[in-house]
Write a protein that binds this ligand. Structure first.
Ligand code: TYM
Length: 358
């Protein structure tokens, strides 16, 4: 084996469901860019995962292109990292079928993201727990003609395959993906031990020594997400971005020194911590503590600091989008590299599972 391939393998992806927002950026893309110099990196566009929420075919297609352009505009370099589209690697689909034979329906049904999305698909509100028989009844479809597609259930299998087929060691993702990563490790261990092999490493999440982040939304609660409608997009122009930030939910303001911080304000501080300098953050924390804070000032500062991050990306993206030939070249070369490695792993998996030639 050659020694140049000894760098740890990093893999991660983002679904092609729309433009990238600050959650995608701080949870994933900014880390991709930082990691590409030091690791053997593969970054992809998860169009098969995007299919689980049944996007319009034209939108799916357009979103693959826009995410690719945003990857490149944010600084991903195809000379350093392998950049590809998930569906360009048919080996992933085959291994997804094979790995599903070792995955339990129950463990998939207990996944938080499945329960969330299934509830949305069924038009249910409120929360459920693992033993909610009524929820399971609904999923089986006994009382409704609404459908929870099987792709949504097996989403974690497909994600595990993305990672395992490249034998990745490190997976830079946001906090919401940790449960999927835990399942990936479990599936890797299970496969290795069932067949008595040492094929798959157990991948770990990666955040430069810190904990994976959860970027909050501007609506006072929860995380920033496309389906939550509370996003700041990397390509938002200055006016739109400032308006969104200035409209962020706040509270009445502290009336006593050192008051506890409410969720909407904690969220603004969390965003400030991601985008501003420690000095600026401390200045506003002190102002909160002595009740002199003016939320309008905090928001103005936040908008300025977010714009420092997003403006260079926004300014590059249109030129990249216009260069179809370049985009095709990037993806063709990425697919070739990713496929070669995936094909090797798939051949090993087939052999191990007993799918062999006579
Ligand atoms: P997706 O498209 O939902 O999210 C892509 C990445 O963005 C991160 N993210 C956030 N991080 C912090 N705060 C937020 N508010 C926020 N919103 C999104 C997600 O954690 C993720 O890192 N299932 C994956 C796609 C995928 C994948 C993989 C990732 C498919 N196969 C293999 C890694 C390895 C997903 O969440 O996509």
């Amino acid at each position: 084996m050659s020694t140049e391939n000894k760098k740890e393998i990093v893999l991660s992806g983002i679904r092609s469901t729309g433009n990238l927002h600050l959650g995608n950026y701080y949870g994933a893309l900014s880390k991709f860019v930082k990691m590409q110099d030091d690791y053997d990196c593969l970054f992809f566009i998860a169009d098969l995962h995007a299919l689980t929420t049944n996007p319009d075919p034209e939108a799916l297609h357009a979103n693959v292109k826009s995410i690719l352009a945003e990857y490149l505009a944010a600084g991903l370099d195809p000379d350093k990292a392998t950049i590809f589209v998930q569906s360009d690697i048919p080996e992933i689909s085959e291994m997804y079928l094979l790995l599903n034979m070792h995955v339990g329906i129950g463990e998939l049904m207990r996944t938080a993201s499945f329960k969330d999305k299934a509830r949305k698909a069924l038009g249910l509100s409120g929360s459920t727990d693992d033993n909610d028989a009524a929820f399971e009844h609904q999923i089986i479809g006994a009382e409704t003609n609404k459908r929870v597609n099987a792709g949504l259930l097996t989403y974690p299998t497909l994600m595990a395959v993305d990672i395992l087929i490249q034998k990745a060691n490190k997976v830079p993702v946001g906090k919401d993906q940790l449960q999927h990563l835990e399942l990936t490790r479990r599936f890797a261990r299970r496969f290795n031990s069932f067949y008595g092999v040492d094929l798959f490493p157990e991948p770990e999440s990666f955040d430069f020594g810190g904990k994976p982040v959860k970027v909050p939304g501007l609506d006072g609660s929860g995380k920033m997400g496309k389906s939550e409608g509370n996003c700041i997009y990397l390509i938002d122009d200055e006016k739109v971005l400032r308006k969104k930030v200035m409209r962020a939910v706040t509270d009445q303001g502290p009336t006593e020194p050192n008051s506890p911080v409410s969720e909407p304000i904690a969220n603004l501080f969390a965003l400030l911590e991601l985008t501003s300098t420690p000095e600026v953050v401390q200045q506003f924390r002190d102002a909160y503590a002595d009740c002199s804070i003016r939320y309008g000032d905090l928001k103005k500062q936040l908008a300025e600091d977010i714009l420092k991050v997003t403006t260079p990306i926004r300014e590059r993206v249109n030129d990249i989008l216009a260069d179809d030939e370049y985009l095709r070249k990037v993806l063709a070369s990425g697919a070739e590299k990713a496929r070669e490695r995936a094909a090797k792993t798939l051949a090993e998996v087939r052999q191990i599972m007993g799918i062999r030639k006579f």
